[in-house]
Design a protein around this ligand. Structure first.
Ligand code: APR
Ligand code: MG
Ligand code: MG
Length: 199
């Protein structure tokens, strides 16, 4: 297990820690941009109220509900759909950075739990529609859903400029790690895009 990571059981045993759960919803797609760039996968992220990009999800209190039930509740608020998230969808749990010097004690430490759920393309499109039409958070906590461009166009446009945006919490590393782990982007393509994003 990489440093900073902990098992789901260890995370839940942390006394007084706060927990946040987020999920990457994704699917395969045959569509092509301009008929030449294969889009390959649709990955849903969102523009948040604070101007940062993030994954859908939020704070969960494990003394009141399971991590997965709390994540499903956040998804119904932010996406307007009832979407069951299962323990088997869990990818990893990590300590987040202390939010401020005064809250750096273990009693207020944030643990972020990350999940990934593969869906059918039509289900992903239905989530995008519901996020605008029925989600109570639309226009408030969530300003809009965005898809991640996974391709690299001539001149380096696509994934690299997307990665250069500002992300909430650990969302940027959660995205990069999941792209590799789920084989959604070739390692060398991600490495090149990450390097360009820093330029
Ligand atoms: N995507 C989004 N946020 C993440 C991610 C991620 N992949 N990983 C970690 N975080 C961090 C955020 O920076 C935030 O501090 O998790 C924390 C909680 O996630 P939110 O989605 O912001 O929580 P939510 O319950 O949806 O509430 C939204 O309303 O009540 C306020 O202060 C509360 O900022 C919170 C906001
Ligand atoms: Mg929320
Ligand atoms: Mg949220």
């Amino acid at each position: 297990m990489a440093s900073g990571q902990l098992s789901r059981a260890e995370a839940l045993a942390c006394p007084g820690c706060r927990h946040a759960c987020h999920v990457m919803l994704y699917c395969d797609t045959e569509t092509q941009l301009f008929g030449i760039h294969p889009i390959r996968h649709i990955i849903l992220m969102q523009m948040r109220f604070d101007g940062l990009l993030g994954f859908p999800g939020g704070f969960v209190d494990p003394s009141e509900e399971s991590l997965e039930a709390g994540l499903s509740r956040e998804l119904s608020e932010e996406l307007g759909v009832a979407l069951p998230i299962l323990e088997e969808d869990h990818l990893d749990s990590c300590y987040g950075p202390p939010s401020s010097p005064s809250s750096s004690s273990s009693s207020s430490r944030l643990i972020t739990h990350f999940y990934a759920k593969k869906m059918e393309e039509e289900q992903i499109r239905a989530v995008e529609r519901a996020a605008v039409t029925t989600a109570t958070d639309h226009g408030q906590e969530v300003l809009g859903m965005v898809r991640v461009p996974l391709y690299t166009m001539e001149g380096g446009k696509g994934l690299a400029p997307f990665l250069s945006h500002s992300f909430a919490g650990s969302a940027r590393s959660q995205l990069a790690d999941s792209l590799l782990r789920l084989h959604l982007v070739a390692p060398e393509e991600l490495r090149d895009a990450s390097a360009r994003a820093l330029q």
